[in-house]
Design a protein around this ligand. Structure first.
Ligand code: NAP
Length: 455
């Protein structure tokens, strides 16, 4: 195979990429620049995955990464098929019959459960739903959240938990120019929430969030961040580096609100949720058990219950304990880790490859890492794909290239092209401009697809 200055060439290779989020886009860009022709399939009409529907509306600087994805989508050898769900409209077998290689970048679409009594009560919700709701995701825009409670509890100490807490406490005037959905802004304007308690089952040194994200909340007008209880790493050894700096920063925060703030974010460590209590099917309190730290043989730090239990009165418990990958029919799935098993991106276990199928992003490595982590991840998978390209091309005669658009027509699937998306994009920006906002998303399926029918 000819070598370009980018490395091995993929000239003539036809690839289907499933999932138009950041991981799918980084991989598409690399494949296309190596000469492959890429068809990019997305279940939603709109592209960009978590960049559009996960990144918080007051983090517009992060959303600017979308400019690079827009360039990728407009490369001559990249074609976008929005509103096409693999596993419903097309099977994995349909893709393998048409394309030389198929890359799954389907992310982690579901949420992890706490598995404690009372989790099903009204007022007990997943952060993924709340995030999807304020971001105008068509699967979540129809939900409603009871913000009539004075105190909300967010379980988890990751960056998503901080996003959720920040949206709940930030002055709505500061959100009014972003792309937050109008119905979410209206609900937040009426919100009675004055205190958000963040619960960490381990200690401050084990918190998963980035310190800068908490510093940002502490700097918000009218908001105070306080720590409930002592800040220590008792039972978990000496600290250095970023964990030490985190602990020092947390130790510098006040232990009690001054009484002058409009809203308070309270961080409570060494507290594990035990049960949601309710009345008339609604959450009224969260029972928590105090924990203590211990170090495992491998050096990792775990929390064990101490038997000391108390409860926090609240009408809203948002669990923010991580996203979870879901299986795709026709591919293997690791139930334990909720990923598609793979070797450096090649689907399958060692010695049992799943021919011509690859993974990238959260469905490959689990739901961790920032936007940029997907670049290195995509490079690893794309290197495998390029290494396997000769073999895939040599077997081309077994396939029927170009069959998919016909299948979609036969099955009555309305695929959204990139030109269609650009029309939607323009309309959303115009709707936003009318309201003094960056954009106003079409937040329902009907709204998204209906807007394409208008001239
Ligand atoms: P995460 O970083 O994995 O945090 C999950 C949190 O949930 C941890 O504090 C974890 O505690 C806790 N947890 C897990 N199971 C629990 C249980 N059963 N009971 C109580 N607590 C439990 O996940 P995430 O916040 O969903 O974020 C996902 C990824 O997206 C992360 O890599 C994050 O950095 C990234 N992200 C970045 C940004 C940003 O840059 N602004 C914004 C959003 C997300 P343990 O540590 O004890 O397990």
């Amino acid at each position: 195979m000819a070598e370009s200055n980018l490395g091995p060439s993929a000239n003539g290779l036809r690839v289907a990429v499933v999932g138009a989020g950041p991981a799918g886009f980084y991989a598409t860009d690399m494949l296309a620049k190596h000469g492959a022709s890429v068809d990019l399939f997305e279940r939603l009409p709109a592209p960009f995955g978590l960049l559009r529907y996960g990144v918080a509306p007051d983090h517009q600087n992060i959303k600017r990464a979308g400019v690079a994805f827009e360039r990728t989508a407009q490369l001559a050898n990249v074609h976008y098929f929005g509103n096409v769900a693999i596993g419903r409209d097309l099977g994995v077998d349909d893709l393998l019959r048409d394309y030389d290689q198929v890359l799954f970048a389907i992310g982690a679409a579901s949420d992890r459960k706490l598995g404690i009594p009372g989790e099903q009560l009204h007022g007990s919700v997943a952060a993924t739903s709340f995030v999807g709701w304020y971001n105008g995701h068509p699967d979540f825009s129809g939900l409603s959240f009871d913000l009539g409670t004075e105190r909300a509890v967010v379980v988890g100490m990751g960056n998503v938990a901080l996003d959720v807490a920040r949206i709940l406490v930030r002055r709505t005037a500061e959100l009014g120019t972003t792309d937050i959905s109008d119905y979410a802004l209206a609900a937040l304007e009426k919100s009675a929430v004055r205190e958000v308690v963040l619960l960490g089952r381990r200690g401050p040194a084990q918190a998963a969030f980035d310190q800068g994200e908490l510093v940002d909340i502490a700097g918000l007008s009218g908001v105070e961040v306080v720590i409930d209880g002592e800040v220590s790493n008792d039972g978990a050894g000496e600290l250095s580096g970023p964990a030490r700096r985190n602990l020092d920063y947390l130790a510098s925060l006040p232990r009690a609100p001054s009484g002058n703030a409009e809203r308070v974010v309270r961080l409570r460590f060494l507290a594990s949720p035990k049960a949601l209590l309710g009345a008339a099917e609604r959450v009224t309190a969260l029972e928590v058990e105090r924990t203590a730290l211990s170090v495992r043989a491998d050096g990792s730090v775990s929390a064990r219950g101490t038997g000391i239990v108390d409860s926090i009165d609240t009408g809203l418990v948002i669990r923010s304990i991580g996203y979870q990958g879901t299986p795709i029919p026709g591919l293997p799935f690791d139930e334990q880790r909720s990923v598609i098993p793979n070797q450096a991106g090649r689907v399958g276990l060692a010695g049992e490859p799943f021919d011509r199928c690859y993974v990238v992003g959260w469905i490959k490595r689990g739901p961790v890492g920032l936007l940029g982590s997907n670049k290195q991840d995509a490079k690893e998978t794309v290197d495998c794909m390029l290494g396997d390209a000769d073999k895939a091309l040599a077997e081309r005669a077994k396939r029927t290239p170009g069959a998919v658009p016909g299948l979609l027509r036969e099955r009555g699937v309305r695929a959204v092209s990139y030109a269609d998306w650009r029309r939607l994009d323009e309309k959303e920006r115009a709707r936003g401009a009318e309201r003094g906002k960056v954009r106003e998303k079409f937040a329902s399926w009907q709204g998204l697809l209906g807007a394409l029918d208008e001239t």
